[in-house]
Design a protein around this ligand. Structure first.
Ligand SMILES: Nc1ncnc2c1ncn2[C@@H]1O[C@H](COP(=O)(O)OP(=O)(O)OP(=O)(O)O)[C@@H](O)[C@H]1O
Ligand SMILES: [Mg+2]
Length: 473
C-alpha cells in the first residue's frame, strides 16, 4: 500500500465517497465490546492523566495528517519522518501543554508508528525479546517472552483502530478481510507470520496473531545450551539425517517444530538437491542447492489455490534428493508417505501432536483426508514402512522447549505399529517455576543403527547410554 493510502486510512472522517469504511462488522450483539474492566493491568494504563495525553496526541496526529504535503515523495520515508517531526514540534508548541521530555518522545514515536508503522503494536514488533504478539480485540494485547505469555500495556482505541492496522498488514499483499472472508493469513515485510480473524467470527473484536520472524536462528549449540537436547541426542539426530532416515517432528503449537526442522535440515550434506515445501517460507537452509516452494491460498474468487499436496506431487518430478515439508496438515500426508516409500528417503517434515503415538493416529487421519479409499491397515503399513524416526518436541510449563522423545518406528506387529523410544526426557520435579528432569537414552539401540554403519557413520561410544543420563540441574 502506498504511504498516502496508509495515511488516508488513519485520517478520521475522510473515507472517500463510495468506499467501504474500514470498520469491522459489528461484534456479538451489534455493539462495540465494552471497555476493559476498571481493575487489572489495564487500569494502570487508563488513568485520566494518560487519557488527556491521548486526546492531545490524537489532536496532533490529525493535524499532522491533514497538513502533510500531498506532493511529498511518499517512498522517501526519511523525509516523511522529518516532516512529521518538524510539524509535531511546531503544533505541540501551539497546544501549550506541559509535557516531560520522555512523554514528548513517546508521543512522537506513537504518531510516527501510527502513520508509518503498525500503530500501537509497532514497539512490540521492534522488541527483540518479544517472540509473538497476540491482539485479542482492542483492549487486550498479549505477548510471548521467553516462552511465556504476558498481558502487555499496549491498547488500541477501538475495533476500527485495530482494523486500520489490519488493513495496513494485508493491503500490500492484495488481500482483504470483511464479512464475506473474515479471516486471512499474511506476512509482514520482515517475514513474520500473521493470522487475522475478525467479527462476526471473532467475538472479542478483531484478533491478530503474529509469530515474529526470528532475527537470530537457534543453532545446534543453543539446543544444548538451552537444555532442549543433549549433545548425544544432537549427534544421534545428525546421524539419522546423514543416513537418510525419514524423520517426522511432532509437537504442539509454537513448541519449536519449524526451528528443529531447520536444524535437522542443516545436517543434510551440501551435495544433495533439497526441495523445501511450506505454507509460509520460514525455513532458512544453509546449503546452496535448495529449491524453495511455497503454497498459495485461493484468491478472492476462490480460485488459484496451490496446496502443499500439489507441491509434494510436483516436487517428485523435480529430481529431489531430499524433500523437506514445513508442516503436514491434511491429505498431503499420504503423498509424502508414498514418496518416502518409493525411494525418496531422507525426507523431513513436521506435524501437530503431543506424543509420538498421537502423531501416528494424526497421520492416519490425515491420510484419510486425501480422499483415497484405502483400508485402515494399508494406511498403517504405509506409515510403519515409511517413517523411521519421530522426534517429539514440547513447550514445557516453564516455557522451556525440550525434545521429550526420539522414537524409532520399528514396524508392524499384528495390527499395531511398534514404537521404541531411544531418548526421552524424564521430568522429576517442578521447583520455583522450573521444570527439573533428565534427558537420557533409554539404553536401547535402534534397529536401524546398522544403517549408520552402512553409511559409514560412527557414533561416539555410549551415545545410546549406560542409563546414567545427563542431568539438567
Ligand atoms: N529450543 C528452543 N528454546 C527456546 N525457544 C525456542 C526453541 N525452539 C524454538 N523456540 C522459539 O519458539 C518459538 C516458536 O518456534 P517455531 O516457530 O519453531 O514453533 P512451531 O512449533 O513451528 O510453531 P507453529 O506450531 O506455530 O508452526 C520461536 O519464537 C522460537 O524462536
Ligand atoms: Mg511451525
Amino acid at each position: 500500500m502506498s504511504l498516502l493510502k496508509r495515511i488516508e486510512g488513519s485520517r478520521p472522517q475522510n473515507t472517500p465517497p463510495g468506499a467501504a469504511p474500514v470498520a469491522p462488522p459489528p461484534t456479538e450483539g451489534g455493539q462495540q465490546p465494552p471497555p476493559p474492566p476498571p481493575q487489572g493491568p489495564l487500569s494502570q494504563t487508563a488513568t485520566p492523566v494518560r487519557d488527556a495525553m491521548r486526546d492531545v496526541r490524537s489532536a496532533l496526529q490529525t493535524k499532522i495528517i491533514n497538513n502533510l504535503d500531498p506532493r511529498i515523495d511518499l517512498t522517501d520515508v526519511k523525509a516523511v519522518r522529518a516532516s512529521i517531526e518538524e510539524m509535531f514540534n511546531r503544533f505541540l508548541e501551539d497546544e501549550a501543554v506541559v509535557i516531560t521530555r520522555v512523554e514528548r518522545q513517546r508521543m512522537l514515536d506513537g504518531i510516527l508508528d501510527e502513520i508509518l508503522g503498525f500503530g500501537p503494536i509497532q514497539p512490540l514488533l521492534g522488541d527483540d525479546t518479544v517472540t509473538e504478539v497476540m491482539v485479542n480485540g482492542p483492549y487486550r494485547v498479549y505477548v510471548e517472552r521467553k516462552g511465556k505469555l504476558q498481558l502487555s500495556d499496549v491498547t488500541f482505541l477501538n475495533d476500527e483502530h485495530v482494523m486500520r492496522v489490519i488493513e495496513r498488514i494485508i493491503a500490500p499483499i492484495g488481500r482483504r478481510v470483511d464479512e464475506s472472508k473474515p479471516y486471512e493469513d499474511a506476512r509482514l515485510p520482515d517475514g513474520s507470520r500473521v493470522n487475522i480473524i475478525i467479527p462476526p467470527l471473532a467475538l472479542n473484536g478483531p484478533v491478530v496473531t503474529i509469530r515474529k520472524f526470528p532475527k537470530y536462528r537457534i543453532q545446534v549449540a543453543d539446543y544444548v545450551k538451552f537444555g532442549t537436547a543433549t549433545e548425544e541426542m544432537m549427534e544421534f539426530m545428525r546421524a539419522c539425517v546423514e543416513a537418510r532416515l525419514n524423520m517426522f517432528i511432532s509437537g504442539g503449537t509454537g513448541s519449536g517444530k519449524t526451528t528443529l526442522l531447520n536444524i535437522l535440515s542443516s545436517f543434510i550434506p551440501e551435495d544433495e538437491r533439497i526441495i523445501t515445501i511450506e505454507d509460509a517460507a520460514e525455513l532458512r537452509l544453509v546449503q546452496d542447492h535448495v529449491v524453495r516452494l511455497e503454497s498459495r491460498a485461493a484468491n478472492i474468487e476462490g480460485k488459484g489455490a496451490v496446496t502443499i499436496m500439489d507441491l509434494v506431487k510436483n516436487s517428485l518430478r523435480m529430481r529431489p534428493e531430499r524433500i523437506v515439508v514445513g508442516e503436514i496438515r491434511g491429505g498431503e500426508a499420504l503423498s509424502m508417505l508414498q514418496a518416502m516409500n518409493t525411494g525418496h528417503d531422507g525426507s523431513l517434515s513436521t506435524g501437530h501432536a503431543n506424543a509420538p503415538r498421537d502423531m501416528l493416529s494424526r497421520l492416519e487421519t490425515m491420510c484419510l483426508m486425501a480422499g483415497v479409499d484405502l483400508p485402515a491397515r494399508a494406511i498403517k503399513e504405509q506409515i510403519a514402512s515409511a517413517l523411521d524416526v519421530i522426534v517429539q518436541i514440547s513447550r514445557l510449563k516453564d516455557g522451556s522447549r525440550k525434545i521429550t522423545h526420539i522414537t524409532e518406528v520399528q514396524g508392524m506387529e499384528g495390527d499395531a505399529i511398534v514404537l521404541q523410544d531411544v531418548f526421552i526426557f524424564e521430568q522429576t520435579a517442578f521447583i520455583d517455576g522450573k521444570v527439573v528432569g533428565k534427558l537420557r537414552p533409554t539404553g536401547i539401540r535402534p534397529k536401524f543403527s546398522e544403517k549408520f554403519e552402512a553409511a559409514g557413520i560412527r557414533l561416539p561410544q555410549g551415545v545410546f547410554g549406560d542409563m546414567s543420563g545427563i542431568s539438567l540441574r
